[in-house]
Write a protein that binds this ligand. Structure first.
Ligand code: FES
Length: 338
């Protein structure tokens, strides 16, 4: 049985390879034209040492302790010249992709629609051309070229990996390059190029309750994660706190309601910062994190939003002396470029 292995390089680039039954990761990568760091290829030198972030694997039994110590084994370090995956895996490679003779993949797509969901949010739908879909980890982003320009913008996928149909949830920035294109010029069939995927913000293996904190269109990666959870099922509680500035900034509530049906352990709360909001939950995300939700730190926290919101949450956690079992966050800025 073949497994998919995500290789996350130090420069943020992700590449996905297929590992055949009993095939070592180093060999599989080489077969797919990615030269992972190596020297002896015999489990002796330790040059190929990487960290396996998630997945099951066989370490092999022909390596020396000098190359991989028992303490390193405990920390899920692996020798890719010996490691054989026993499930899909995610491996952090401590080297830039370019040094491994690889880099971002390129994809071509056509515009399907640019749908204004509110004054502040646009859904951007694309159809990939001539490919099997883009492999990525739910939560990751890709660089999207603004048609007719050389500029790119980085957007988190709001859709699932491996599909021909690709979606993003974008902040409508008045005068912004991509926003201007989407609101003024975009036509179905326009050609768009994409490069990626990238990023270390992605859904890890679920082994404890999850808290998602989204600010504005920082909701996008959580839509991808929730779709994945809804398809795979989760026995752990998943709670989303979704904060925006104005009432009319709230989008995708119907989709979130559907996840409540499809994912029995899922719940969400929306909050609105504006003074004149009609929302029952006014204020910032940090004002709606009660102690029960924080589960005494035994939970995984994922946070995505504009820099001010991310900083506010980091400060709030510090003030509460709250340290979750794992914490992953991503800031996005309006002019984020490739
Ligand atoms: Fe030397 Fe793997 S390349 S231990």
């Amino acid at each position: 049985m073949a497994f998919t292995v995500a290789l996350n390089f130090e420069d943020g680039v992700s590449r996905f390879i297929q590992c055949n039954a009993n095939e070592k990761v180093l060999d599989a990568a080489y077969r797919q034209k990615i030269n992972l760091p190596m020297d002896c290829s015999d489990g002796v030198c330790g040059t190929c040492k990487c960290h396996c972030e998630q997945g099951e694997y066989n370490l092999g039994d022909e390596y020396l302790e000098e190359a991989l110590s028992p303490q390193e084994v405990q920390r899920r370090l692996v020798l890719t010249c010996q490691m054989v995956p026993e499930s899909d895996c995610v491996i952090d490679v401590p080297m830039a992709s370019t040094l491994c003779k690889t880099g971002c993949q390129e994809f071509s797509a056509s515009v399907v629609a640019a749908i204004p969901l509110s004054d502040s949010a646009i859904e951007f739908n694309l159809q990939l051309e001539g490919s099997d879909g883009i492999a990525f980890l739910p939560g990751q982003y890709i660089n999207v070229e603004v048609p007719g320009t050389d500029a790119s913008r980085a957007y988190s996928f709001s859709s699932l990996p491996g599909k021909q149909a690709v979606s993003f949830l974008l902040r409508n920035v008045p005068g912004g390059l991509m926003s201007s294109y989407l609101t003024g010029q975009a036509q179905p069939g326009d050609k768009v190029r994409l490069r990626g995927p990238q990023g270390s913000f992605y859904l890890r293996t679920v082994s404890r309750p999850i808290l998602f904190l989204a600010g504005g269109t920082g909701l996008a990666p959580f839509l991808s994660m929730l779709e994945q959870l809804a398809q795979n099922g989760s026995s752990q509680p998943v709670h989303l706190v979704y904060g925006v500035t104005h009432d009319h900034d709230l989008v995708k509530l119907e989709q979130l309601d559907q996840y409540c049906q499809r994912l029995p352990n899922f719940s969400y709360l929306t909050c609105v910062a504006s003074e004149d909001s009609q929302s029952p939950h006014k204020g910032y995300v940090t004002q709606h994190l009660d102690a029960g939700r924080l589960n005494e730190g035994d939970l995984d926290v994922y946070l995505c939003g504009p820099p001010a919101m991310v900083e506010a949450v980091l400060n709030d956690f510090e003030r509460r002396a709250f340290t979750p079992a794992s914490f992953h966050y991503e800031k996005f800025a309006a002019s984020q470029t490739a």
